[in-house]
Write a protein that binds this ligand. Sequence first.
Ligand code: NDP
Length: 359
Amino acid sequence: MNSVLGFLAPVLVYAYIFMLNAILPGRWVTGYVTRTGSSDKLKYRLNGLLTLIIVVITWGVLGYSGIMPWDWFYTNRWYGLAGAIVFGLIFSTVIVLSQPPVRKSFFADFYLGRAENLQLWGGKIDAKMWLYLVGAIMLELNVLSFAGHHHLTFGDQASPGIFLSAGLLIYFVIDYLTFEEVHLYTYDLFAERVGFKLGWGCIAFYPFFYAIPLWATADLPNPGSSTFMLVLSALIFFGSWSLSRGANLQKYYFKKDPSRSFLGIRPETISDGNKTLLVNGFWGLSRHINYLGEIGMATGIVLALGYPLLPWPWLYPLYYVALLFPRQADDDKRCALKYGPLWDQYVKKVPYRIIPYIY
Ligand code: NDP
């Protein structure tokens, strides 16, 4: 019985999120991308943080009342993962087949997607934003439940590092949903189409793979990390977060109002009279300092666990390296095409791709 429920759990959670996303009050915002074949910017209705709060409260009520043990998602994690993999495949297939082809190869269309933007009820639900929302919230439930399992197993002997690592992942999700609007200005939204990569990625990969640091250690005893190591891990995480969030926010404010200062930094720009690029602050350190921040945050999350020699948790930051280094190259090509000689000027002024003075 548990195996069937565990298998169906992601679909039930995602359906619950869909309903909450549709009925809870939300903030209408104008996004960055334009409707296909028009210059009208797409509108979105955002309520991700509220949806997260209601889902977590529901989880808390089920746990408190004894209906669902606090570590239910941990004990059923393999079934949950299997259910998410199957549902992600079905979702991607249906969403791709329902749209006209955009490439010659069906497999390329299946992987990269066909529709640029899919919205229901005039933007009340946006497919891409919903996918990121379900991924983030399911990840949060996994993290809470994995940390719950550690607590139930070890009680007073539990490892503070596991809770710190879980706390940092929880922060990562809350931060994303707090700045949900900023996500509208990122590559995920303006360059990706809805297919397997995005659909399966958010339904199956994101909520389960990002929990791998805790998946690998929730069952292990307290490694006895020193307070110094715990503080250092938190500092690495928050130092990296400030690079990532800082760069994203600086660009977001700049795109909304090019004269607006951010953290007291007045935008310095280069322009060809038509297009403009930021060249100072976070965008003067390297051309993608936010990617370095993302990798650093993942490193802090792994170090906090106190098992630096265990290989599995390191897959998490390594995945970011594998994702973001090629993405930087792709984005560079896209920007060179879009900005022409202005991009060459930027590259001369800010020569480092990701790591200042190194790469
Ligand atoms: P960026 O936010 O860096 O966006 C790149 C775009 O920004 C470019 O295509 C260009 O778009 C614009 N741009 C680049 N340089 C400048 C400049 N100097 N001045 C003005 N505009 C510029 O990258 P992503 O969208 O890939 O990533 C967004 C965030 O999401 C990052 O923090 C990243 O780390 C994070 N991320 C997180 C993941 C996760 O799983 N946690 C996965 C992937 C990314 P335009 O055409 O608008 O000018």
